[in-house]
Design a protein around this ligand. Structure first.
Ligand code: HEC
Ligand code: HEC
Length: 267
């Protein structure tokens, strides 16, 4: 709630300052700032009274993606103590599960086997089917050090459910060596995209742009550049914004959508 009012006032200020110059849209895109109203706060950061498994797994997946944005907490300061000194990242991003374990959950054996995200840390696929209470305990232990102020017990249970039961076999959809999309029916994906995603992303996927001065980032751009990441976004939604997710329909349907959005304009 607090974070919401903060970013809301930031928007108002930006609007006042930049409105006349017509720069609001550009500055919003730069900040990736998609503030939502009070009514949406519960959908984006809260929980339903009687959560289904589909809801829980997607919510856990968003915590895996970026827990402080998903949960509306303070951004962590400094680099995570377990992030290796040889790694190329620093600061808050090193506190994201995905930064150490990958979008494909395979850590150093998957897409992050080399490149700017390489850490040498293994993945979490061995934790598939593991006791969820045990996973939660691991998250509080020193290697991870996630406190209850960062992720509450209830939220940790969602994350543990995702780790134990929500991981998919990314290699079925994406070639983890070349990062090419290797599955999916783009015609089915087109039907889903046009009737659901397009309300926000536009029929050509260009209504939302989270790019920077180096170029635009549309769903089409992202699907080609980082299909494993986009599978996570489709199955769990992007944290901290009003977006639907396709968790309930399973990974094959998400793979259909992925294969279609990769055909949309990239710039
Ligand atoms: C800064 C790096 C880092 C971050 C961030 C991180 N981990 Fe880990 N994680 C590790 C290391 C290191 C290990 C131990 C790997 C080993 O045993 O070789 C580990 C192990 C695990 C394991 C056990 C895997 C197994 O096979 O037993 C799970 C599950 C796990 N992490 C989940 C998570 C989740 C969920 C998050 C986010 C809340 C997270 N990790 C964030 C570094 C990290
Ligand atoms: C109700 C609006 C809404 C709907 C419906 C929606 N999205 Fe989104 N989506 C967003 C917003 C807002 C963002 C945040 C963009 C940003 O990061 O600036 C986003 C982000 C994304 C991102 C990635 C952002 C990143 O930074 O990596 C992808 C990929 C994506 N959406 C795909 C989809 C797909 C595929 C569907 C349909 C299954 C969909 N979205 C449906 C609103 C929506």
């Amino acid at each position: 709630m607090r974070l919401f009012s903060l970013s809301f006032s930031a928007i108002v200020v930006t609007a006042l300052v930049a409105g006349a110059a017509g720069q609001l849209e550009a500055s919003e895109a730069e900040n990736h700032d998609y503030s939502h109203g009070e009514e949406a706060q519960m959908f984006v950061h809260g929980a339903p009274e009687n959560p289904t498994d589909a809801w829980t797994l997607a919510a856990g997946g968003r915590i895996y993606d970026n827990w402080w944005v998903a949960l509306d907490r303070d951004e962590p300061e400094g680099t995570h103590p377990s992030y290796p000194a040889t790694g190329k990242k620093d600061g808050s991003t090193t506190w994201r599960c995905k930064e150490c374990h990958g979008w494909d959950y395979l850590g150093a054996e998957g897409v992050y086997r080399s490149g700017s995200h390489f850490t040498g840390i293994k993945g979490i696929s061995e934790a598939i089917g593991m006791d969820e209470a045990e996973i939660a305990t691991t998250m509080r232990a020193p290697t991870h050090g996630f406190t209850a102020e960062m992720i509450s017990d209830e939220e940790l249970a969602r994350l543990a459910a995702f780790v134990s039961r929500g991981q998919i076999d990314m290699a079925n959809y994406v070639d983890l060596a070349t990062r090419e999309i290797i599955a999916g029916d783009p015609d089915s994906g087109r039907a889903i995209f046009q009737t659901t995603c397009a309300v926000c992303h536009g029929f050509d996927g260009r209504s939302l742009d989270w790019g920077d001065e180096d170029g635009p980032a549309y769903v089409g751009t992202e699907a080609v550049a980082a299909p494993d990441e986009v599978m996570n976004k489709i199955l769990n939604a992007h944290p901290g914004v009003e977006m639907i997710n396709l968790r309930v329909f399973g990974p094959d349907v998400a793979g259909d959508v992925l294969s279609y959005i990769a055909t949309l304009p990239q710039e």
